[in-house]
Design a protein around this ligand. Structure first.
Ligand code: NAD
Length: 394
């Protein structure tokens, strides 16, 4: 079959496996160029199939020669259904990383469940004994309560006033008006339950009680602080409350990890990048297009892999100190500088959508949007007849 992008309500429902392969390879090549560092030997990544989790995995596997276990929740291709990009990313990471001579394992299923935690702990004991790093990079709209089996949904809503603004309709390249309403207390609590830090702490507690943590163990998760334009929908909204909970759980875990393992629990405030999770946050598409334009103009734009490689190589396993007064690693410093924020806001409010999409930053955002699903990746023949079953076997 010839696979083309199909977009419905800003969600791309088809995936090009060859583009996913090339995109994973591009990240690997980038790390090889950026160089190695002395890092952890055995790493567990929750959410390592795409976005920041995949970039973390590539940096650690190639930059630090780490063994990795990845837990992610992805759909397998079946018949004419092309599966999810993360499913193909996992397949190609596994194949490509054979050259590292290290061990890389994948588990596909629900990281929130008790069963997945036990399965992964058994694997760690069998293969590694103990781990040195846990990267918690999960982004999900739902969490099934592992005890009651109730499905809890998160909401992207404001707290206080409603927000009315514009977002891009990717399929038609037009603007759409959006109103984000005020979250109820129940919606705020549910968002904290899904995207807060409880499950991260459950993982650390389970690994600790199973004696799977090495001396000097570290764990890191990713928050977003953002600036004036994103505040109302992000930091000051329901998702922002969840991120505050994640940050608070980090502090709680730090106490245990320091005293028991001479270890560390870390939060990195990461920059806005194009991922499956971020492109669905209303108004982010326009912000990211203008942000990329401004950061490229000032020579401080970073790709997702450059950003995560800098975090591990320079900060977590290096000596660059980017901690803020709350103990968070601020690799987002450039994005949030007054210069970058002011120029980004100027572009957002002075240009039409057509003009924004014609900026280098707008074009890059759109290209990266398609690349998430394996489209518009340079060097891939999109007219090639693809046999999904053959690719799964090969
Ligand atoms: P993403 O959608 O690309 O990746 C999410 C990962 O979570 C995938 O591997 C997916 O399979 C996995 N996942 C989802 N539900 C799961 C489940 N139930 N069990 C197991 N795995 C599951 O998202 P991302 O943007 O890379 O986000 C990762 C983290 O980085 C999130 O905490 C996000 O808030 C944070 N962050 C993102 C940005 C950004 O701009 N994208 C900025 C700052 C911080």
């Amino acid at each position: 079959m010839i696979i083309k992008p199909k977009i419905r309500m800003n969600i791309c429902t088809t995936v090009h496996p060859k583009g996913c392969e090339k995109a994973v390879l591009n990240q690997i090549e980038a790390v090889k160029e950026m160089g190695k560092y002395q890092g952890p030997k055995n790493v567990l990544i929750i959410g390592g199939s795409s976005g920041y989790g995949l970039a973390s995995r590539v940096s650690l596997a190639y930059g630090a020669d780490a063994n990795t276990i990845n837990v992610s929740f992805e759909s397998e291709p079946k018949g004419k259904r092309t599966g999810s990009p993360g499913w193909w990313n996992n397949l190609y990471f596994k194949r490509l990383s054979q050259e590292t001579n290290n061990k890389h394992f994948d588990f596909n299923g629900d990281a929130f469940s008790h069963e997945m935690k036990q399965t992964v702990i058994d694997k760690i004991k069998e293969e590694f004994g103990k781990i040195d790093l846990l990267v918690y990079s999960l982004a999900s709209g739902v969490r099934v309560n592992p005890d009651t089996k109730e499905t809890v949904k998160s909401s992207l809503k404001t707290i206080g006033d409603d927000f009315t603004g514009q977002t891009i309709d990717i399929a038609t390249l037009t603007t759409k008006d959006i109103t984000i309403s005020n979250a109820t207390q129940q919606e705020i609590d549910d968002t904290i339950y899904v995207m807060g830090g409880e499950d991260w702490k459950f993982w650390v507690d389970a690994l600790d009680t199973s004696n799977c943590l090495n001396e000097g163990f570290k764990t890191v998760s990713y928050t977003y602080v953002g600036g004036k334009t994103t505040d109302v929908i992000y930091r000051l909204g329901s998702i922002g409350r969840a991120k505050r909970d994640l940050e608070a759980k980090c502090d709680e875990m730090n106490k245990l990890l320091k005293s028991k393992y001479n270890g560390q629990s870390l939060i990195s405030s990461s920059k806005a990048v194009t991922t499956k999770a971020s492109v669905h946050i209303p108004a982010m598409a326009i912000y990211m297009s203008c942000l990329y334009e401004t950061m490229m103009k000032h020579n401080c734009h970073e790709s997702i892999i450059e950003h995560k490689h800098r975090l591990f190589k320079d900060c977590i396993y290096g000596d660059v100190d980017l901690y803020d007064e709350m103990g968070r690693i601020r690799v987002d410093k450039e994005e949030l500088s007054d210069l970058i924020q002011n120029e980004t806001i100027d572009l957002m409010y002075s240009l039409s959508l057509e003009e924004i999409l014609n900026l280098k930053g707008g074009k890059l955002f759109l290209k990266e949007y398609y690349q998430l699903n394996g489209f518009e990746v340079d060097g891939v023949d999109y007219e090639e007849d693809i046999d999904l079953d053959e690719l799964k076997k090969a």
